[in-house]
Write a protein that binds this ligand. Structure first.
Ligand code: SF4
Length: 281
C-alpha cells in the first residue's frame, strides 16, 4: 500500500487476523468495558490489517473487533469471541490510524472494513468509526452475521456503504447446531437492508457435510435472489487455517476430520446462486 505507515499503538497491527491474540484487554475494569460499549468512545480490537482485497471493494484497511455471541463450528478466529482478548483502543486513536491511509485507500478504490468477531457487539464504536471514515471520504463496509442488526437505526444503516452479510445456514436446527443461535434475526436484518436498498455482499461458507446440502443451499440462494440488493455472493470454501487456535485455546474442535470442499462442490454451490440471478464467485 502506497501510504503504509506504522500503526499506533504498534501492537495493534497484525499481518493477518490469523494471529492468535488473548487477554490483551483483561485488565480493563468491567465498569469501563460497560461504559465503552455504551458510548462507543473505546473499542476492543483484535488488530488492524492493511492491504486486504477480500473484505470489500478495492484495497482495504480492516479493523477486526473482538466479541462474538455465536460459536460457529468452523470459526477460524475463536480468539475474537471474548471481547477482552482485544486491545482497548480509543475511537480518537483508531481514527488517527485510519487517517494515515485515507489517500491511499481512495487511490486504490478501497476503504475501511470493520469485521470480527461480531462488530455489532460494539455497535456504538462501529457507528463512530464509520462516521469518522465518511468524514474523511473513505468507503465503509461492515462484515457482520447480522444477529444484532436491530441495534442500528435506519439512519445508521443508511450511512454504511456496504454490508458483507454472513449467511451460515437456512434450517433452524442446522443453524443452531452450526452457530449456537437461531437464524431469524439475521434474515430480518437482511430484509431490512433490502427494504432500505443498501448494497449487500453475501458470504456463505461451504463446509462438506455441514452446509453443502443442495436443498439448503437452494433455500439460501432463493432468499438472497429475492432480496434485490445482493450485489454479489462469495462462496467461501471451508479451510483448516484456524484449527490451531482452537487447540491453543483448549476448545474442542469438531471439524478436524473435515476436508475442504472439492472444486466440483464449490461450482455446484456457485451454480445454485447464479441460477437465482446472482453474481457468485
Ligand atoms: S459469527 Fe464469525 S466470529 Fe462469530 S463464531 Fe461465527 S465465524 Fe466466528
Amino acid at each position: 500500500m502506497a501510504e503504509k505507515t506504522e500503526l499506533q499503538p504498534a501492537s495493534l497491527e497484525a499481518k493477518s487476523p490469523f494471529d492468535l491474540r488473548v487477554d490483551l484487554g483483561k485488565d480493563v475494569p468491567e465498569t469501563d468495558v460497560r461504559s465503552a460499549l455504551a458510548s462507543g468512545d473505546m473499542g476492543f480490537l483484535h488488530s488492524f490489517t492493511t492491504g486486504s482485497t477480500l473484505d470489500g471493494p478495492g484495497v482495504r484497511v480492516v479493523a477486526w473487533t473482538t466479541g462474538c455471541m455465536w460459536r460457529c463450528l468452523y470459526c477460524h478466529n475463536p480468539d475474537t469471541w471474548t471481547m477482552r482478548n482485544g486491545i482497548p483502543v480509543a475511537v480518537v486513536k483508531a481514527t488517527e490510524t485510519l487517517r494515515k491511509y485515507r489517500y491511499g485507500l481512495r487511490i486504490m478504490s478501497g476503504g475501511f472494513t470493520i469485521s470480527g468477531g461480531e462488530p455489532l457487539m460494539q455497535d456504538r464504536f462501529v457507528v463512530k468509526m464509520f462516521r469518522a471514515a465518511k468524514e474523511m471520504g473513505i468507503h465503509t463496509a461492515l462484515d457482520t452475521n447480522g444477529y444484532l442488526g436491530e441495534r442500528l437505526t435506519d439512519d445508521e444503516i443508511d450511512g454504511i456503504d456496504l454490508v458483507l452479510l454472513d449467511i451460515k445456514a437456512w434450517d433452524d436446527e442446522k443453524h443452531r447446531h452450526l452457530t449456537g443461535r437461531e437464524p431469524g434475526p439475521t434474515r430480518e436484518f437482511a430484509k431490512r437492508l433490502a427494504a432500505r436498498r443498501r448494497p449487500v455482499w453475501l458470504r456463505f461458507v461451504l463446509v462438506p457435510g455441514l452446509t453443502d446440502d443442495p436443498a439448503e443451499v437452494g433455500q439460501i440462494a432463493r432468499f438472497a435472489g429475492g432480496l434485490g440488493n445482493v450485489e454479489r455472493v462469495d462462496v467461501l470454501p471451508f479451510h483448516q487455517m484456524g484449527r490451531y487456535k482452537w487447540e491453543k485455546l483448549g476448545i474442542e474442535y469438531k471439524l478436524d476430520k473435515v476436508e475442504p470442499p472439492t472444486a466440483e462442490a464449490v461450482e455446484r454451490a456457485l451454480a445454485t446462486f447464479r441460477a437465482e440471478g446472482l453474481k457468485a464467485y
